[in-house]
Design a binder for this molecule. Structure first.
Ligand code: PBG
Length: 327
């Protein structure tokens, strides 16, 4: 050993020392739980590929929202599953559509005690499952879709949502949504832009959760997993168009992107630990191959360490409870 003896292990000796020097701490206030609500359900329903996650009825959603608030989580991201779909995704705009109704339900239940957010995308509402309107030859029509997003944003704002989350990866969507909200008097509704969203196979279980009608893929609008610089371009555009917060999605396979985005912008950065990331851990844990709780917290810590200040995760409520027990 050279002198003086530099021994990093000194600071790892006891739990108290490790706690003292910990560089990254998870806080329930920074966790956001995605929740699904399905039109017409009277009882919540399990989702086979997302063990522990439910398709809620309107009633069970209200209760779950209250429990999430009691656990101290920072927000709820709502997704609606309509009973019927059409090519225009009109259920997303209809004030009586399931997502808009669910926003009203949750806001009336929890008020401002947490941040209520909504997915702003057409894919749950279209019969073809794409995130936008289609041209006659079946391509996603960017600019026609923007008009629908604008209407959807206003409908969600009128339902009382605090934050809208445009997730369809149409060019110009943030600016159009911001202008539409402002024109309708909703200057206070914030935009969490899914600025960076890869055409990822990790979304698989989510498509079960929303009973997606999609055939084919979204590679003509979501990003190529090979690209990092492109993400910085997406983020810069969204911030210029008025995004209040930006999100990277998925999370764990893209920690380099989270870190680069954190360095590039001064708005809060969120990361979405998506359905496939969750399902992989749950499946391995169900087989007894890994320690579920430790892996859960390790993945969340890694996403936090990479630079995401806000994490969307299906474990949010459970993780929040675990964190409260520990500290
Ligand atoms: C689009 C949307 C998707 C997810 C969130 N918003 C699906 C997609 O782009 O195909 C995926 C979330 C997850 O996998 O957990 N409305």
């Amino acid at each position: 050993m050279p002198y003086p003896e530099i021994r990093p292990r000194r600071l790892r000796r006891t739990p108290a020392l490790r706690r003292l020097v910990s560089e990254t701490r998870l806080d329930p206030a920074e966790l956001v739980v995605p929740m699904f609500v399905k039109e017409g359900l009277t009882e919540p329903r399990a989702i086979a590929s997302l063990p522990g996650v439910l398709q809620h009825s309107r009633d069970s959603l209200r209760k779950a929202a209250v429990e999430a608030v009691q656990a101290g989580i920072g927000g709820i991201m709502l997704f609606g599953v309509p009973a019927e779909r059409d090519p225009a995704g009109s259920g997303g705009i209809d004030p009586d559509g399931i997502l808009n109704v669910a926003i009203r339900d949750v806001v009336s239940e929890v008020g401002d005690a947490t941040v209520v957010m909504s997915d702003l995308c057409l894919d749950e509402f279209t019969s073809h499952g794409h995130c936008g309107l289609l041209t006659p030859d079946g391509e996603v029509d960017n600019d026609a879709t923007l008009g629908a997003y604008a209407e959807m944003a206003v409908a969600q704002a009128e339902a009382g949502v605090h934050v809208v989350g445009p997730s369809g990866m149409m060019d110009g969507q943030v600016g159009v949504v911001r202008r539409a909200l402002d024109a309708a008097g909703h200057q206070d509704v914030a935009v969490l832009a899914y600025a960076v969203k890869y055409a990822s196979a990790f979304f698989g279980p989510f498509r079960d959760a929303v009973e997606s009608a999609l055939e084919g893929d979204r590679r003509a609008y979501q990003q190529d997993p090979a690209n990092l610089r492109e993400s910085l371009r997406e983020v810069a555009l969204d911030v210029a168009e008025g995004a209040d917060m930006v999100m990277v999605k998925p999370a764990l396979p893209y920690l380099d992107v989270v870190s680069a985005v954190r360095d590039a912008v001064d708005v809060p950065v969120a990361a979405y630990q998506v359905s496939g990331e969750y399902a992989m851990v749950e499946a391995a844990a169900a087989n007894g191959w890994i320690d579920r709780e430790r892996v859960m917290l390790e993945t969340l810590t890694s996403i936090r360490r990479a630079g995401a200040q806000i994490i969307l995760t299906y474990w949010a409520v459970e993780a929040a409870r675990l964190l409260r027990e520990r500290y």
